[in-house]
Ligand binder design. Structure first.
Ligand code: PMP
Length: 404
């Protein structure tokens, strides 16, 4: 059933200067547009308060350090971390996963151990594990999907074994929008002593996330999908895990003391943040979190779920359209039109001011499982409303007319 909130945007459209009138931006799963408060926070920092962090003895640098660390505190509160020291700033989810692979898995896993992934993972939650698996001699197993394209947790429970040391799953699929029952996944993983990493890229902008409530061990996400800037992202890990992890990048800012006789390292999170960080990116992320929390993650979730329902309702009435993914999903709909390549769908929609993504969405194993080379994907954000869905549906009707 389509709920009322789907009939209009969350009254936020005016906050987004890069969305012109009449442009249906339906590619938020790739990257979100930026609201004015985020743009202002970034501009203000470079215009008026900019300096380095952690090292300067002058007041401006001390102030910038306070602002940078306040962003870390804000992230910690946003995802329910026990402390800001559990928040490592990274470039994005990709770097966060590579960090866990290189600093945790490469040191904890031994030949013969196994890693468990799922069919629907983004390449950035596959390739980092393959890189270390090859090096160490670790096997990778893959949890299949249910008929409605969710990660099959019954299958996961049946196939997991004590030599699985790590399970890494998407909290929300970037292609299908399927939402993982993360607590159940954590229970299954922990029952054999495995750690659970959740790729929260598509979850954090779409639903309230509390890492302790989810009971996971690692959580990653990217700022740019959360209405923040590119180049900043977050790795959260439980304090005991971070403390036991050696550094992965060496350089300034991550050390305790350096000498040619030997170097000692700073405690987390500094140990994992070598070099000058993306200072203003962290401030932009802080503003983005303020922005989404002012709207409310539950309101955003309900709004996007309603847009998904409206989209699926309308597209399912077009004979040649095949919908992927479960009926209820978090803000993302993938589909195909019989006999039309998704790239052609995307090009024709673009002529009507509708921007969607077409391709494999960095999820080639999922495409193989779905039996298609690519899909068309519409993904929603706080600025979308029913008019955008209707423009998409009119565009798809045009596609079917053109391809007869
Ligand atoms: N995981 C998922 C589920 C994603 O959607 C994305 C971005 N498409 C990533 C990981 C990688 O994020 P980034 O490119 O920002 O590092």
């Amino acid at each position: 059933m389509t709920v009322l909130t789907a009939t209009r945007p969350l009254d936020t459209l005016a906050d987004f200067p890069a969305i012109p009138d009449g442009w249906a931006y339906l590619d938020t799963a790739a990257t979100a547009q930026k609201p004015r408060p985020v743009i202002d926070a970034i501009t203000r920092a470079y215009d008026t308060t900019y300096a380095t962090v952690h090292r300067g003895v002058y007041a401006r640098s001390a102030d910038m350090t306070i602002a940078y660390e306040a962003a870390r505190e804000r992230v910690a509160g946003f995802i329910g971390a026990a402390s800001a020291s559990e928040i490592v700033f990274v470039r994005g989810a990709t770097e966060g996963i590579n960090l866990v692979a290189q600093a945790w898995a490469a040191n904890q896993l031994k030949p013969g151990d196994r890693i468990l992934l799922s069919t629907l993972e983004h390449h950035s939650n596959i390739v980092p594990w393959q890189l270390i698996a090859e090096k160490i001699g670790v096997a990778i197993d893959v949890v299949p999907l249910t008929d409605d394209h969710r990660i099959d947790l019954d299958a996961m429970a049946a196939m997991i074994r004590p030599d699985h040391r790590l399970v890494a799953l998407a909290h929300v699929s970037n292609v299908l929008g399927s939402v993982l029952d993360a607590r159940r996944a954590a229970g299954i993983a922990h029952a054999v002593g495995a750690k659970l990493l959740l790729d929260g890229c598509q979850a954090v902008p779409r639903m309230a996330v509390d890492v302790r409530d989810l009971d996971c061990d690692f959580y990653v996400f990217s700022g740019h999908k959360l209405y923040g800037p590119t180049g900043i992202g977050v790795l959260w890990a439980r304090a005991d895990l971070l403390e036991a992890m050696p550094p992965w990048h060496g350089g300034g800012a991550m050390i305790d003391r350096v000498s040619f006789a030997g170097t000692t390292y700073a405690p987390p999170p500094a140990r994992f943040e070598a070099g000058t960080p993306h200072i203003v990116g962290a401030l932009g992320l802080h503003a983005a979190i303020d922005y989404v929390e002012a709207i409310g993650l539950d309101a955003i979730h309900a709004h996007e779920a309603a847009l998904v329902a409206r989209t699926r309702d309308a597209l399912s009435q077009i004979n040649s359209v095949r919908l992927f993914g479960p009926e209820t999903s978090a803000g993302i709909v993938s589909f195909a039109v019989e006999g039309v390549h998704p790239h052609d769908i995307g090009t024709i929609l673009d002529e009507s001011q509708v921007a969607i993504r077409a391709g494999h969405h960095c999820a080639q194993p999922l495409m193989e499982a779905l039996g298609v080379p690519a899909t068309a994907r519409a993904s929603f954000g706080v600025y979308n409303g029913a008019a955008d869905v209707d423009a998409l549906v009119r565009g798809i009707e045009r596609v079917t007319r053109i391809f007869g």
